[in-house]
Design a protein around this ligand. Structure first.
Ligand code: WTA
Length: 645
């Protein structure tokens, strides 16, 4: 068996749990005083290194234009050994993945020993299919344990995975395959969600048709549904994985070796492939998972996200498994077969930590307390939210009704870019205020700034930046470091700009107000208005389009499309929806369409989105100065055509 390099100071327990606010302040002070020493302690304590690092940060936000910064650059490890092998002695028989399928009671339990064996078998099979260190594999699956197994098997080989959410269309999948130059797609016949079939293999076939780089498609068989088959390219998971050896010599990689690429939407252009690296990402997700949720050995930890998003990566798979936790995976939706599904599972599995999105909380609150109250929730201890601002009413419902006024609520703010939680209560330590993400994690240094980049002190509202690097942050955009720099580091030289607005109150608590760029957050799904616009203008009858978000009572934000028709053409909203579905995915739905005679533009031709946002929000009386517009009359026409619903 592999022996790991354990630096002496780990055994001194340099990092202890944060159980109260004084201790939180002490740990923060250590991280301010010497960030390198702090994060090296975290990395040494939490991960299984082949060669433990001696170096902390190299580079800075000022030098990032010259190339990515690095953490733990002389460390060597394999992520799957930290997530599996390091637990085999003490936790071999502990459940690692507890899975519940679409139908209630369809349950699988994989212990650490079993998960280790499955990952080894899959790594052996993937190696035979030709996957090598540094090569990319796309994972396009539903919420089955095999999705996590595939991720860990890639990591074991030092290959780079890119998980694509199962709701994305063939076009979106093809874009991602091409962008990262993947040679293999790992998928399944169909996904199951709320009694419906998601045709994952058929969509993969369509995406691969225009993707010459793809050599192999590995297909996990979830159902008995027949799927089309391309001989020579397609292989069944059970045929190549099941017979493999349950041991595999993990491939050691440098700490800065990419672990995965995850595509996310931004203000402009196509989604960016953010690159996360092995050592820093795993140290950060492990530390934040254990700290924020106050993780204990016998916890049953349940995060309801999908592995296709960063929350699934960091807090279903990597953080929890690095911590030897029992992590839950859920294939279905919160309302199947009824609105009590979450709480029924909490009762049956004895869930102690529960983590979901505000959208789900609002949707379930609207369906009535009885669905919650009829299930025993006495095991719950910590309740988390993520993905969008939580309104105080939803927070209170979560606290009072779901948590019976007894659980700690952690409103965790973070992003695909941050890798893990950056601002959040620490469950046992931080006094909460409904709607506030409260205080930064140790080692995270937020600042609020003016659009000119000036730092605002004390209570203030401004643009949220993070001023010092942390190990979990994305290092670059796959194949386009310049885009990484111009997106995040151009606005405020020397600081990372998050794209979020934020208020800080007199107690130093942070209140995220939402995106200040052209990203919209619909039901916790992050989408770019530019992606919608490009899909909409591909419809023949459309001349121009502008898309903005507007407040939506359940989804957080809805999608509002202003559309200009071609001369003598009629706009069919169904055609617009179909285009978004085809080019983005099933989750990209337009909530409202307004056909307008023109878009408000400056004399230089720039669309004034600020005006469109105000009108969509029903705040046309706050438009302010429109005199710089090329044609101010357009605004009156748009305002007159607006109908509140
Ligand atoms: C938003 C999801 C308020 C925010 C982990 C951020 C939040 C974007 C919160 C990132 C929160 C996430 N309160 N807003 N607790 N958590 N957001 O990349 O606008 O899918 O920039 O990562 O979600 O979305 P992403």
């Amino acid at each position: 068996m592999t022996t790991f390099d354990v630096p002496a100071r780990v055994r001194e327990g340099a990092i202890t749990p944060i159980s109260d606010l004084d201790r939180y302040r002490e740990v923060c002070a250590r991280a301010v005083h010497d960030p390198d020493a702090f994060w090296l302690d975290v990395a040494h304590q939490r991960l299984a290194w082949r060669k433990a690092p001696t170096v902390g940060l190299d580079g800075s936000f000022r030098t990032i234009k010259d190339g990515p910064l690095s953490w733990f650059s002389d460390g060597v490890l394999n992520v799957s050994e930290s997530c599996l092998d390091q637990h085999l002695d003490a936790r071999g028989d502990k459940v690692a993945i507890l899975w519940e399928g679409d139908e209630p009671g369809d349950v699988r339990r994989l212990t650490y020993r079993e998960l280790h064996a499955e990952v080894c078998k899959t790594a052996n099979a993937l190696a035979k299919l030709g996957l090598q260190k540094g090569e990319r594999a796309i994972i396009y699956m539903g919420m089955v344990p095999e999705a996590a197994i595939a991720m860990l098997a890639c990591a074991r080989l030092g290959a780079i995975h890119s998980v694509v959410f199962g709701g994305f269309s063939a076009d979106a999948l093809r874009d991602r395959i091409r962008d990262c130059g993947a040679e293999i797609v790992i998928t399944q016949d169909v996904g199951l969600r709320g009694g419906r079939h998601i045709p994952l293999k058929a969509t993969t076939d369509e995406a691969c048709a225009g993707s010459p780089s793809i050599q192999k498609v590995l297909v996990y068989k979830r159902t008995d549904v027949e799927v089309a088959w391309t001989e020579g390219r397609d292989v069944w998971w059970h045929e190549v994985v099941d017979g493999e050896s349950p041991t595999h010599e993990a491939v050691p990689v440098e700490a800065e070796h990419p672990l995965f690429v995850l595509y996310t939407s931004g203000s402009t252009g196509r989604p960016k492939g953010l690159v996360h690296t092995a050592g820093g990402y795993l140290a950060y997700t492990s530390y934040t998972h254990a700290t924020v949720f106050d993780l204990r050995e016998d916890d049953v930890y349940a995060c309801m996200a999908d592995v296709g998003w960063i929350t699934g990566h960091s807090y279903i798979v990597y953080g929890p498994l690095a911590n030897g936790a029992t992590t839950f995976m859920f294939e279905s939706v919160p309302t199947y077969p009824d609105a009590g599904r979450y709480w029924d599972m909490v009762a049956r599995h004895g869930v102690t930590i529960f983590y979901t999105a505000p959208t789900a909380i609002r949707a379930l609150a609207a369906l009535g307390d009885e669905h919650v109250k009829k299930h025993d929730r006495s095991t719950l201890r910590v309740l988390g939210t993520v993905g969008e601002p939580i309104n105080p009413e939803a927070w209170r419902w979560y606290y009072d009704v779901v948590g019976e006024g007894r659980c700690n609520i952690v409103d965790t703010w973070w992003q695909t870019e941050t890798g893990g939680v950056a601002i959040s209560p620490i469950a046992p330590a931080t006094p909460t205020k409904p709607g506030s993400a409260t205080l930064p994690m140790p080692g995270i240094f937020p600042s609020l700034r003016t659009p000119e980049g000036d730092v605002l002190r004390g209570p203030a509202e401004g643009l949220l930046c993070l001023d010092h690097p942390w190990p979990g942050q994305a290092r670059t955009v796959w194949g386009d470091h310049e885009r990484f720099v111009s997106t995040y580091f151009a606005m405020v030289p020397g600081a990372y700009f998050t794209g979020d607005g934020c208020r800080r109150d007199a107690d130093g608590y942070y209140w995220i107000t939402g995106r200040v760029d052209d990203v919209i957050n619909v039901s916790g799904h992050r989408m770019g208005t530019a992606e919608f616009e490009s899909a909409i203008v591909s419809v023949e009858e459309v001349a121009e389009a502008a898309v903005v978000g507007f407040p939506h009572p359940i989804k957080g934000q809805g999608v509002y499309a202003y559309v200009v028709a071609q001369p003598r053409s009629e706009i069919d909203p169904k055609a617009l929806d179909a285009a978004c579905r085809a080019q983005i995915g099933a989750h990209a739905k337009i909530d409202r369409v307004q056909v307008v005679p023109g878009l408000p533009k400056t004399r230089s031709g720039k669309v004034m989105r600020r005006i469109l946002r105000k009108i969509a929000e029903g705040r046309a009386d706050e438009l302010g100065d429109v005199s710089t517009l090329a044609d101010p009359g357009v605004v009156d026409a748009i305002r007159d055509g607006y109908r509140a619903e």
